[in-house]
Design a protein around this ligand. Structure first.
Ligand code: NAP
Length: 311
């Protein structure tokens, strides 16, 4: 079985930054990418808040650049190979993937999270054309337009309020008549003059014309007639699911399934690091994922060096 220094699971900004730091420290680094380079950001049309790109940059473009940069410093990529299992074997980690198994001195899990979807007609067709899961990324595209925010948690309430900076009106659509969000966040949102609430409503269809969203159909949970809400954007905040399955039972997760890490990206298990959206760190942004990845790559390379010195 091959024995490598650092295995990184996930090829999004966290995994790619980790690979850059680990490979550049001359530590033998392999990245498992189950999809295209960039992870979640490949679905972002324009990334306008990553430092260094005043005109913005497309998600796929920055994903490819990060990949190339890590590769330039010696990271080896196993693309389209999904890791199925991680197992601690004495002081090493066994990584089982589609094509076989390897041993690694250290692992960095950067598998990300997936926003929950409504699963309604039109949602997939208009993803990136009005349907979004990221107000921070896409909000500015809806200047002086009406948008809908779906959900009643902290994320929906906070992002609805954020969207009032751009949108002429924000329709907050929630399936109950009371927000789940923390009281002060909920009050600030509902009290905003640009926010209009739609209680007891569930979206059932996204409609559009010429490739852009034009409305969302809302069904009443109280038996009232359907409502067609004319909006240009629909922001879904109905929760996220961390992609932490391979760590379940291996290291500590929080109650929502996110991997618990400390400030040095260490998990509860020696030699197992985690970075980016799969962790319990609060701000889920490309720049913070990259920063956590850098810390994880640096710490993992130091861990490997100290381990090899004591062998
Ligand atoms: P969340 O708290 O799980 O809220 C999800 C919301 O979406 C709920 O209001 C839920 O309705 C609604 N929902 C779920 N499935 C739905 C569906 N199929 N159709 C329509 N509505 C649906 O998720 P979140 O807001 O993303 O927050 C996740 C975690 O991060 C929470 O623990 C939250 O406190 C935390 N967070 C904290 C902050 C902060 O402290 N500043 C900011 C963001 C997030 P019900 O209420 O009826 O279940």
């Amino acid at each position: 079985m091959d024995h490598i220094d650092v295995a990184i699971v996930g090829g999004g900004p966290a995994g790619l930054a980790a690979a850059l730091y680990s490979a550049r420290a001359l530590v033998n680094t392999v990245v498992f990418e189950s999809g295209l380079p960039g992870g979640q950001i490949v679905t972002t049309d324009r990334l306008e808040n990553y430092p260094g790109f005043p005109e913005g940059i497309s998600g796929p473009e920055i994903g490819l650049l990060m990949h190339q940069q890590a590769e330039k410093f010696g990271a080896f990529f196993r693309t389209f190979e999904a890791v199925e299992k991680l197992e601690a074997v004495r002081t090493d980690w066994k990584v089982a993937f589609d094509g076989g198994e390897i041993l690694a001195h250290a692992i960095i899990v950067a598998t990300g999270a997936v926003p929950k979807k409504l699963g309604i007609p039109g949602e997939d067709e208009y993803t990136g054309r009005g349907v979004s899961w990221c107000a921070t990324c896409d909000g500015a595209l809806f200047r002086d337009k009406e948008v809908a925010v779906i959900g009643g948690g902290d994320a929906a309430a906070e992002e609805a309020q954020f969207l009032t900076r751009f949108a002429s009106k924000v329709h907050l659509v929630h399936r109950r008549e009371e927000l789940r969000a923390t009281k002060c966040i909920a009050e600030a949102c509902i009290g905003h003059e640009k926010v209009q609430t739609h209680w007891n409503r569930i979206p059932t269809e996204v409609r559009g014309e010429d490739g852009r969203v034009t409305s969302v159909v809302l069904r009443s949970t109280k038996g009232e007639p359907d409502e067609v809400l004319p909006v240009s954007g629909i922001f879904e905040y109905i929760g996220v699911d961390p992609k932490s399955e391979i760590v379940r039972g291996v290291a500590d997760l929080d109650e929502r399934g996110f991997i618990k890490v400390d400030d040095l990206s260490r998990t509860s298990m020696p030699g197992l690091f985690a970075a980016g959206d799969v962790t319990d760190r609060p701000l889920k942004q490309v720049v913070t994922a990259a920063a956590q990845g850098a810390i994880a790559g640096y710490e993992a390379s130091r861990y490997v060096e100290s381990k090899v010195c004591t062998l």
